[in-house]
Design a binder for this molecule. Structure first.
Ligand code: DC
Length: 214
């Protein structure tokens, strides 16, 4: 676990960008655990499963996915959609769904693909559940309004016809579920360094994080 860096935090906090930059900096493997939940969420949606009504079926699906997992699955552009994000948050509420992909995530962290010497894990429970022994743990956060504004700007840039209130309501719904679920609620590990990006640029946050790793 010596070469593992975990970066957890809520949606649109900047953790994904930071995790990718840090992985590039150290030439480590970057694992976006949210994408695995998004894959399960999309599969459930395509199978017309309502996660809250069929958690057992979703867990079976998650187990099958982890057994047949292939990194190219993560390249599916649909995984970036808001639908995939909401479905990911819904399937992630269930302990047996989370358990079904735990070994896969640990395996990728401890044996990073492409001969990489280490791994950066990005998600909600990387420092608390997946790799609690990782030597470097961060929790990246920012005020909810700021995160909603960032997501709104990103969607606008992509050409989506959406208003800020809808994005904010979506963010609230997802935060509520991710922070308050009874199973593995999103929270920093006891020894995580908190990075609040509300008034910080990505470059400022990046150098703060790198300094605490070097
Ligand atoms: O990081 P993201 O927005 O791609 O994650 C999508 C959803 O997946 C998030 O709202 C909650 C869930 N998730 C989780 O429960 N545990 C993780 N380690 C990563 C994501």
């Amino acid at each position: 676990m010596n070469n593992i860096i975990t970066i957890d935090g809520p949606a649109a906090s900047g953790k994904g960008t930071l995790a990718r930059k840090i992985a590039d900096h150290f030439d480590y493997f970057y694992l976006d655990t949210g994408k695995i939940y998004r894959l399960i969420g999309l599969q459930a949606h395509q199978a017309k499963l309502i996660p809250e009504d069929n958690p057992d079926d979703v867990a079976i699906m998650a187990k099958t996915l982890s057994q047949n997992f292939d990194l190219t699955m993560m390249d599916n552009p649909e995984l970036k959609s808001d639908l995939a994000g909401q479905m990911a948050s819904r399937v992630g509420q269930f302990q047996h769904v989370r358990d079904a992909i735990l070994d896969l995530q640990r395996h990728l962290a401890v044996h990073p693909p492409a001969n990489k010497k280490g791994a950066v894990l990005d998600g909600r429970d990387c420092g608390t559940v997946i790799c609690p022994e990782a030597p470097y743990k961060f929790f990246v956060t920012a005020d909810q309004d700021i995160r909603a504004k960032r997501r709104f700007d990103e969607l606008k840039l992509r050409g989506d016809d959406i208003d800020f209130e809808t994005v904010l309501a979506d963010m609230k719904e997802r935060d509520d579920r991710d922070f308050n679920r009874s199973v593995v609620p999103t929270k920093p590990a006891d020894d995580a360094i908190i990075i609040d990006t509300t008034n910080m640029s990505i470059d400022q946050a990046f150098s703060k994080m790198i300094k605490s790793i070097d």
